[in-house]
Design a binder for this molecule. Structure first.
Ligand SMILES: NC(=O)C1=CN([C@@H]2O[C@H](COP(=O)(O)OP(=O)(O)OC[C@H]3O[C@@H](n4cnc5c(N)ncnc54)[C@H](O)[C@@H]3O)[C@@H](O)[C@H]2O)C=CC1
Ligand SMILES: O=C([O-])CC(=O)C(=O)O
Length: 345
């Protein structure tokens, strides 16, 4: 009896092992030659779920690919120059987009719209054509507008699955965890702040009251903490003094979110993280994209893997309700701007 159940357990274990070992995940990075793209490609080379890494940029991707490909992990790496976008996208499961220009001091993320909207639109059109089932992770700013742009392009192409398109807001979570740990003298690894809304200034809403560490943070300390989380990007832009915005922390955040999604794709249950997606939470107010905790996973409708479940916001403090009130109108404008851009294209 014991021998039979032990044999059954062993068989199921080996099936599990072989299915995860043989599952292929091809990940493409569009904008791989840039400040984020290079370290992001490096970190993805270290992820055991990535079996093939496809690096594309209008400048420098073959060089980055040659460099990263010497790292002694199992994945294959290929670099593609400007005229080889379709080849870069063929058969991809996940496409991460950090292509576009970064801010300089004095600019808002929305000031990047004129340049980045068309870059993201054109890359999205190529993904929709070549690899329509890929999960698309948008890093390029302004995220509040570029995610609606990618979604509208997919919709126009007739291949839109809202469960497959994600705005990467993980850097806001990373900052919130680090800064809250800083003011409370705790270890950031034990801090888990949910950040909701969007990804720019007042649209970034950290739910500090929902963490055990944040409960005692009030008054001026709280106000300064929230401001630092909302404007952490500006802190880096100013410190870099014209040389760009966050690249290393963003590469970490991008690799972390990609890793979370890959873990879910490879069968792990209960992977719940904030990300900016098509969302019902404030759709009745005309805001149909919103970042909140999302369970990543396997879906049975439309096609597999992606957004499994969108969580509500939970209980908010009075301060958080005010932050949310300030977030919504700005977010709505940013989303509408993205949608209108594609309609008029
Ligand atoms: N979501 C987030 O939390 C964050 C987003 N960002 C955004 O990420 C974007 C990239 O930032 P960086 O890497 O610092 O900029 P960067 O200028 O260093 O790199 C951008 C790369 O995109 C490439 N590129 C431009 N047009 C392209 C196209 N059509 N196809 C493929 N590649 C193209 C450029 O050649 C360059 O290598 C910016 O829009 C920035 O605002 C930055 C930090 C955090
Ligand atoms: O601030 C920027 O322009 C880049 C960014 O999105 C961030 O660092 O959060």
């Amino acid at each position: 009896m014991f021998a039979r159940s032990a044999a059954r357990a062993l068989k199921s274990q080996s099936r599990q092992f072989s299915s995860s070992a043989t599952r292929q995940s091809k990940v493409a990075v569009l904008g791989a030659g840039g400040g984020i793209g290079q370290p992001l490609s490096l970190l993805l080379k270290l992820n055991p779920h990535v079996t093939e890494l496809s690096l594309y940029d209008i400048r420098g991707a073959p060089g980055v690919a040659a460099d990263v490909s010497h790292i002694d992990t199992a994945s294959e790496v290929h670099g593609y120059p400007a005229d080889k976008l379709d080849q870069a996208l063929e058969g991809t499961d996940v496409v991460v987009i950090p292509a576009g220009v970064p801010r300089k001091p004095g600019m808002t993320r929305d000031d990047l719209f004129n340049t980045n909207a068309s870059i993201v639109r054109d890359l999205a059109a190529a993904i929709a054509r070549v690899s329509p089932k890929a999960k698309v992770l948008v890093i390029s700013n302004p995220v509040n507008s570029t995610v609606p742009i990618v979604s509208a392009v997919f919709e126009k192409a007739g291949v839109y699955d809202p469960a497959h398109i994600f705005g990467v807001t993980t850097l806001d979570v990373v900052r919130a965890n680090r800064f809250l740990a800083g003011v409370t003298g705790t270890n950031p690894k034990d801090v888990k702040v949910t950040v909701v809304g969007g990804h720019s200034g007042a649209t970034i809403v950290p739910l500090i009251s929902q963490t055990p560490q944040g409960k005692g943070v009030t008054g001026e300390v709280y106000d300064k903490l929230v401001h630092r989380i909302q404007f952490g990007g500006d802190e880096v832009v100013q410190a870099k003094d014209g040389a760009g915005s966050a690249t290393l922390s963003m590469a970490y955040a991008g690799a972390r979110f990609t890793g979370d999604l890959l873990r879910a794709i490879h069968g792990e249950k209960g992977v719940v993280v904030p990300t900016f997606v098509k969302s019902p939470l404030f759709a009745d107010q005309g805001i149909d994209f919103f970042s909140s905790n999302v369970e990543l996973g396997v879906r049975t409708v439309l096609s597999p893997n992606g957004v499994e479940k969108i969580h509500g916001l939970g209980e908010l403090s009075e301060s958080e309700k005010k932050l949310l009130d300030a977030c919504l109108p700005e977010l709505k404008k940013n989303i509408e701007k993205g949608k209108k851009f594609v309609q008029q294209s």
